[in-house]
Design a protein around this ligand. Structure first.
Ligand SMILES: Nc1ncnc2c1ncn2[C@@H]1O[C@H](COP(=O)(O)OP(=O)(O)OP(=O)(O)O)[C@@H](O)[C@H]1O
Length: 322
């Protein structure tokens, strides 16, 4: 039986072409409501799309993960789907370390089993929470449009998120409707994690006091910002290529002078990303943008290590301090 969610996901896949017909899909299943909903939908759409489906699970090896891998394996066996497991050894208990290891493990499983598409259960709710999380940390429109439908993980393997128009409330209802055995992850209750506080405290507060549809509107904002930032990044890159020299050591200010500030900032950020080890911060970008119209010999002072930029005639030149 197809539900409204099946029909919406099917339509999204038809419109967006994010998942090719007849491909091998590796579904990343955590055991939670989102990935179980995803798994059932992919199985139900499988015949229409000619996919081969396999399940991947990543066990962090933490005490709180005990039992999840067996639970997911049982689901795979019940549905007669190949199951692949990676288990971490002595992994740090941080969100960032866990995420990095998970994506690396998923790529390994995909490579070992000839899958080009890794599919995750990220929802519209995750997208709105990611926007809030990145906004609070000071991201620009690149970061606010971060959770996308498809992105490459390697030259051959993509991460695909077909549920970005489905909310977490809907995935729960879906699992209840089909009696799917959701694993309640204890880590989701841990309010030490910023993301859990956004999900459990901030979003409900915004829904109740500002906008009951805040998840949908933020998710749409993220979609719009993604398209705008992709466009601006591409334009900025063209300008950078015409302003920078072969060694990435100097920028022609004359090329940048007539350009709108929104693009100047992006060109400078892309330039700094080439010459710095760490990501350039807001002050460093602003200081460098100011050099575009500054008098000769003006220089930066906010860079780490020995990096310094100085105006020499028509150029902003990278120099080493002593
Ligand atoms: N342990 C796991 N094993 C396999 N897949 C997982 C696991 N944890 C998460 N996933 C996949 O990632 C999706 C998103 O889960 P979650 O939001 O917890 O991950 P995240 O890494 O925090 O997300 P993000 O990429 O936004 O940082 C899940 O729906 C599932 O498809």
């Amino acid at each position: 039986m197809w539900t409204n969610i099946h029909a919406r996901v099917h339509q999204t896949l038809k419109d967006s072409c994010i998942l090719p017909h007849k491909s091998n899909l590796l579904i990343a299943v955590s055991g939670g409501q989102d990935s179980l909903c995803l798994l059932k939908i992919m199985i139900d759409l499988q015949e229409k799309w000619g996919w081969n489906i396999a399940i991947a699970h990543c066990d962090h090896g933490w005490a709180s993960d005990l039992g999840i891998a067996d639970h997911v394996e049982k689901i795979a066996n019940n549905w007669n789907i190949p199951f692949y497991l990676k288990v971490a050894k002595a992994m740090k208990e941080t969100e960032a370390a866990a995420r990095e290891w998970r994506y690396q493990s998923l790529v390994e499983i995909a490579e070992e089993n000839d899958c080009r598409e890794i599919v995750t259960g990220h929802t519209l709710s995750d997208r709105s929470e990611t926007l809030l999380y990145n906004l609070i940390r000071g991201a620009g429109s690149n970061g606010l449009g971060a959770l996308t439908w498809k992105r490459p993980l390697t030259n051959n393997i993509n991460l695909v998120r077909p549920l970005l128009k489905v909310s977490r409330g809907e995935t729960l209802e879906f699992c209840q409707q089909f009696a799917l055995p959701i694993w309640e992850d204890a880590a989701n209750a841990n309010l030490d994690y910023a993301r859990n506080r956004i999900r459990q405290e901030l979003v409900p507060y915004l829904k109740e006091n500002f906008n009951p549809n805040v998840e949908t509107t933020l998710s749409q904002t993220s979609e719009v910002l993604k398209a705008e930032s992709d466009y601006l990044e591409a334009e900025a890159n063209k300008i950078l290529l015409s302003a920078v020299n072969d060694h990435n050591s100097k920028l022609n200010r004359e090329v940048l002078k007539g350009v709108p500030l929104a693009l100047q900032r992006r060109v400078i950020r892309q330039f700094l990303a080439k010459i710095m080890v760490s990501k350039p911060n807001f002050e460093q970008i602003e200081e460098t943008v100011n050099l575009i119209d500054a008098p000769r010999k003006s220089r930066t002072s906010s860079f780490p290590g020995k990096i310094m930029l100085e105006v020499e005639e028509n150029y902003i030149v990278q120099k080493r301090t002593k």
